[in-house]
Each structure stands twice: as C-alpha cells, then as structure tokens.
Design a protein around this ligand. Sequence first.
Ligand code: NDP
Ligand code: 8X3
Length: 252
Amino acid sequence: MEKTVLITGATAGIGQACAKIFASNKYKLILTGRRSERLESLKNELQQQYQVEIITLNFDVRDKNQVETAIDSLPETWKAIDILINNAGLAAGLDPIQSGDIDDWERMIDTNLKGLLYMSRKVSPLMTARKSGHIINISSIAGKEVYPNGNVYCATKHAVSALTRGMRIDLLPYGIKVSAICPGMVETEFSVVRFHGDEDKAGKVYDGLTPLSAMDIAETIYFMATRPAHVNLDDVVIMPTAQGSSRDTFRN
Ligand code: NDP
Ligand code: 8X3
C-alpha cells in the first residue's frame, strides 16, 4: 500500500527537496507551509511529473488552532500518516544576547519549538492509534554545539534534540520511530531569512566552500525513512566535508 508523508515547510529548501524525493518514490504527500502559491505550484509540478496524490495545507505552524484545523480537515484515509517530517523552522538574526532582537527570539521559539510540538501533539495520536509511524525532526549541528551569536537558535535546536529523545521514549511502546537529523551548512533560503532578506550577507556564509544541498539532506531523510521495521536511525549528523564543527570551516 502507498505510504503517506506529511512535510512541514515544503515551500523551500529541505522541505521542498523532501517533497521531490518522496514523490519520485510514489508516496502520497501532504505538503504544508504559509506561501500558498508555492505550495500549489509544487503540487502541480510533482503531480505532473510523478502522478502522485498530493494534498496541500496552508497554515502557520506557530498557530495551534491553525494546526488543529488543518489536520482535522484531512479526509479520514489521509489521516493514516506514516511519516511526519517536522522541518518548518528558521534562524532569525545573529546577534549577541545583550543586543538580540526579542521579536526574532520569539519567532524562532514559536516556530522551531512550539510549532514542532503542536504538529507532533496533533499527529502522534493518529500514529499511536495505528501502532505505526515515524517522526523525523530536523534539528541541526546547532542542536549539538553553540556558536557565537547563535544563542537562541542553538537553544531551540538543542530543545528539538531533547524532544526527539523524549518522544522516542514515550512512543516506544507503540512501535513508532522517532529520529533527528542534524545538518551543518545547507544552502537554502535559510541564511537570507536569518539576515532578514540581505542576500549579499547570506551568500557570504558559503563563500569559498561547498555547502550541503537541500537534496543531500532529503536523500538522507529518505534513507532514514526506508530502513527495515526493526531499525531506527535515532540521530544523524551530516556536515559539508569543508565544515568540521559549527565554528571550523576550510575555505579556499
Ligand atoms: P528555508 O528557509 O529554505 O525553508 C524553511 C521552510 O520552513 C519554508 O518552507 C517555510 O515556509 C517554512 N516555515 C518557516 N516558518 C514557518 C511557519 N511559521 N509556518 C509554517 N512553515 C514555516 O530553510 P531550510 O530548508 O534550510 O530549513 C528547514 C529546516 O532545516 C529548519 O528547521 C532549519 O532550522 C533546519 N536546518 C537548516 C540548515 C541550513 O543550513 N539551511 C542546517 C540545519 C538545520 P513558508 O515561509 O512558506 O511558511
Ligand atoms: C543551521 C546551521 O550552523 O547555522 O542550523 O547553525 S548553523
């Protein structure tokens, strides 16, 4: 039987690449994000290319009522979600703690942490009822290490890593897999968002090295999602060859 994957933040970057790889492998897709035009054009592109069934849900993961309404709106057969990819997230700003922008902090906490919780709270009962499912959380190398001015972003990703372990234990009796993937630098819209639209500043993050691509991460997530039933990849760290830690890079 075809499997169903729900991907948050499918309008760009890693989420969009996940949509492509799961579509190419004939999964049924539930694609979510705030930018509805992008969701619709991705849906049309993937349906044409791969003849797969796709539902788009246009909502903000920070709003728990929107999360609940969106998942409740799914037809009953689509509620049998096999894989939840908690991907929607962002960094906003790169400032020391004493001058950080509190609005940036709230955006990161509300999206990366509370959004992931709202999604997991709503989808995990659908999985426990079926005693089946896999939740894959997108953490970061920032969930393992802290770096200068990364303070709140790193805190949200440390929380994602802690929650992944907690969810794994809670869902153990139901045979539900829970995994985290922790990437280093991936060139997506991430840095443009972090620097509030400053494309020059964003481009400099990747100067002189080859970062990971969104598809590198999607391929790894697909591998994690397709291991045999008795195998769970709990925690996967993936870095560009030119990045040895959050703070160590080799640039030409
Ligand atoms: P992008 O900015 O390219 O994509 C982010 C996605 O998240 C978009 O689809 C966006 O959709 C969605 N999103 C953001 N805020 C919300 C929201 N409030 N509600 C719903 N959707 C939202 O970044 P990446 O693909 O790089 O990031 C994906 C994940 O990977 C994030 O969790 C990030 O922290 C993590 N990560 C990224 C790394 C990198 O170097 N790029 C490295 C390690 C981890 P829309 O705006 O349409 O709502
Ligand atoms: C994104 C990677 O190194 O900017 O999570 O934290 S990093």
